[in-house]
Design a protein around this ligand. Structure first.
Ligand code: PLP
Length: 393
């Protein structure tokens, strides 16, 4: 039976040429950049000036759609910024936190740590509450910490900690932060568009997100969704010109335009990607597809004898960390290169304690491609003479 299903997978992968994407590139099973659709790529094939009325209309529509996804049309504003995800996280911390404030950073991985590093660099007052990488943020401990530390004005948390694939309990965190009358800043970079984030159920002051990752656009632009009442109070907080989201917002409100050269192709491509998100059935449908994708990978890897780093209940359907197999023939670089030749790009691990690698489930990829990916890994293990189930046979 097992052999038969492997054979079927082999045939479909071969006959439909599933091993390479529409552009002939390998499928990106990574946390970003991710595989984009042909429609998204084609949207880039035009030039627009920064004052072009078509572009400005698209730009406005992108911002409105992002607000709609967060259910924040009446209460929040969306501000764009050029750069990778880290730029928008840094801009959020720069703009939202004043000299009188102090932010508590909840950390259980590399992206939590990065927020602390940013605060250190830009001189924002902060404290950290660190949890082990395999443990979700504990909200009872957060509540206790906040009642003991009246100096804390803001709390910053990562929704999906991409370094492990950890799903943090963001709704519970938001409830505690609201009950303790503090303000919440969320790094939702690898969650927005695929995991629910409703500003009415998960109250937040600001959320940082990217044009790439689960929105399935191109990398190069970030967005911050900010509560209107907070936005108005942030004037003068930022000590950086290019990362000042207040200045960007104020200018865009007044003129409809960006302050500095807008990444026009990235915005129009994101617009196409947001159309596709809507056609797919919105965030709920996308989450469902990513869940199917991750389930396919997880079951396939388990059969090969690979071990998931997190316990399954804490795993977000975004990216999964597997422990490096303890086999003399397994070398990550070799494995990576050979798998790429077969049409799939995976990602190195980012754990601080043990060796691992990651497989992403996001982007314009579907169960079929992930079945083929599992099949390709199976094949590669055979070629490399790696049998992790040997003792079990
Ligand atoms: C991708 C990501 C970022 C931003 O990383 P960049 O490399 O700067 O794009 C920040 N936080 C999380 C949780 C991420 O997944």
């Amino acid at each position: 039976m097992l052999l038969f299903s492997a054979l079927v997978a082999a045939m479909t992968c071969f006959t439909s040429h599933a091993s390479f994407s529409s552009s002939g590139d390998p499928w990106l099973l990574t946390p970003g950049p991710i595989t984009t659709s042909l429609t998204v790529k084609k949207a880039m094939l035009h030039d627009y000036g920064s004052r072009d009325s078509y572009f400005l209309r698209i730009n406005r529509d992108v911002l409105n759609r992002l607000l709609a996804i967060a259910n924040g049309i009446e209460t929040h504003v969306a501000v764009p910024l050029q750069g990778s995800g880290t730029f928008i996280v840094e801009a959020m911390l720069h703009t939202l936190i004043s000299e009188r404030d102090c932010v508590l950073i909840l950390s259980n991985g590399a992206y939590g740590q990065r927020m602390a590093k940013i605060c250190e660099k830009i001189g924002v007052r902060y404290q950290t509450m660190a949890f082990p990488e395999d443990t979700p943020i504990q909200t009872d401990l957060l509540r206790a910490y906040l009642s003991d530390h009246p100096e804390i004005s803001h709390v910053a948390a990562v929704y999906c900690e991409t370094s492990t694939g950890m799903l943090n309990p963001i709704q519970e965190i938001a409830r505690v932060v609201a009950e303790e009358k503090r303000k919440l800043l969320i790094d939702a970079m690898s969650a927005f568009g695929a995991l629910p984030l409703d500003s009415k159920l998960t109250p937040f002051d600001a959320v940082a997100l990217s044009s790439n990752k689960c929105l399935q656009g191109l990398p190069g632009c970030g967005f911050c969704i900010i509560r209107k009442s907070s936005m108005e109070q942030t004037k003068g907080n930022a000590k950086s010109l290019s990362l000042d989201l207040y200045d960007q917002w104020e200018r865009m409100e007044r003129t409809g335009q960006w302050r500095f050269t807008p990444p026009v192709q990235i915005i129009v491509a994101l617009h196409a990607a947001l159309e596709e998100l809507q056609t797919e059935g919105g965030v709920t449908a996308r989450e469902k597809r990513y869940r199917e994708n991750s389930e396919t990978v997880l079951q396939g890897m388990k059969q090969l004898g690979l071990k998931l780093y997190l316990s399954e209940e804490h795993q977000a359907p975004i990216i999964m960390t597997f422990l490096k197999p303890n086999h003399p023939n397994f070398d990550f670089t070799l494995f990576y290169n050979r798998l790429k030749e077969k049409g799939f790009v995976i990602y190195p691990g980012k754990l601080t304690t043990v060796e691992s690698f990651r497989i992403g489930c996001i982007g314009d990829i579907h169960q079929h491609q992930l079945k083929c990916a599992v099949h390709a890994i199976e094949e590669l293990f055979r070629e490399l003479n790696i049998n992790l189930n040997e003792e079990l046979v």
